[in-house]
Design a protein. Structure first.
Length: 279
């Protein structure tokens, strides 16, 4: 969704946006909404331990830890609590969900079936964001149940777009692989930076310089990948001169027992674990 469409969807809210859980991800989303121009008076937050930043928004009209009758009609409720606390949190969410409310869960592993058990007959969206949402560069994949209207889908798209790109799928079973690739994916990239720095130290670089080179290289390559219309494989080929140093390294990384099969194994393990956690 473009920024202008997201702004329009948020500007025409038929009720409040309720955020349940204002930890790192929830706070990132809240910051994104306000950055798109959503009036703080149109937002309510349920958070037992609010940060000073969230508490300060109360002076701008944000409702903090208010009762349902104080908050009024809720157009969308976004549940951003830790998945292990979901069984205790969902009963507290239910009183805020009216006939026209769409409920969005960003709890990893919590299925639409789980949400439907807690919120019967509700319009529901299960979404999987990732941590780059904290800087507005995340990507979120979402799946809706049959009760979500086109208008509600547009609203949810606008809310999720505030922290990065959004993709929709129709098959919820894909969410386990989504979790493995993009949800857990930032950790793989951070590990790459760690491994490059350690390898640089082994090759004789001072630790501080190795760390700086690895960090800047991973960040810069990621930004190039973000901005370039070229496929990742093409960008890789463009850096690789035949018989050069990059080719020598890629001969190791692209061997039969190299990075590709190892990453496939890692993604498979994460996908299986996501299914286990979902029950």
């Amino acid at each position: 969704m473009t920024t202008s469409k997201a702004n329009g969807a948020l500007a025409n809210l038929p009720g409040k946006v309720l955020l349940v859980g204002a930890g790192k991800m929830g706070s990132a989303m809240l910051e994104g909404w306000l950055g798109l121009g959503l009036d703080a008076a149109k937002v309510a937050v349920i958070e037992p331990q609010p940060s000073p930043e969230v508490s300060a928004l109360a002076a701008q009209g944000l409702r903090l830890n208010a009762a349902p009758d104080v908050i009024g009609e809720v157009a969308a409720v976004v549940v951003a609590v830790k998945p292990q606390t979901a069984p205790e949190a969902m009963p507290a969410v239910a009183p805020f969900v009216g006939a026209a409310t769409v409920a969005v869960s960003i709890m990893a592993g919590r299925t639409l079936h789980f949400l439907e058990t807690a919120l019967p007959r509700a319009a529901l969206v299960r979404a999987m964001p990732n941590t780059p949402a904290a800087i507005g560069r995340g990507i979120t994949v979402a799946v809706a149940n049959a009760r979500v209207s086109q208008g509600q889908r547009a609203l949810v798209d606008a809310l999720l777009s505030a922290v990065g790109a959004v993709e929709w799928v129709d098959d919820e079973s894909l969410m386990d692989a989504v979790t493995a690739v993009s949800g857990s994916g930032p950790a793989y990239v951070f590990l790459l930076a760690e491994a490059m720095a350690q390898a640089g130290i082994t090759a004789g670089l001072p630790a501080a310089l190795a760390g700086k080179l690895a960090r800047a290289t991973v960040a810069g390559a990621g930004e190039l990948l973000h901005r370039s219309p070229l496929e990742a494989a093409t960008l890789r080929q463009n850096v690789t001169s035949p018989g050069g140093t990059t080719a020598a390294a890629l001969d190791v990384l692209m061997a039969k027992d190299g990075l590709v099969p190892l990453m496939s194994e890692a993604i498979g393990a994460a996908t299986r674990r996501s299914r286990e956690l979902a029950g």
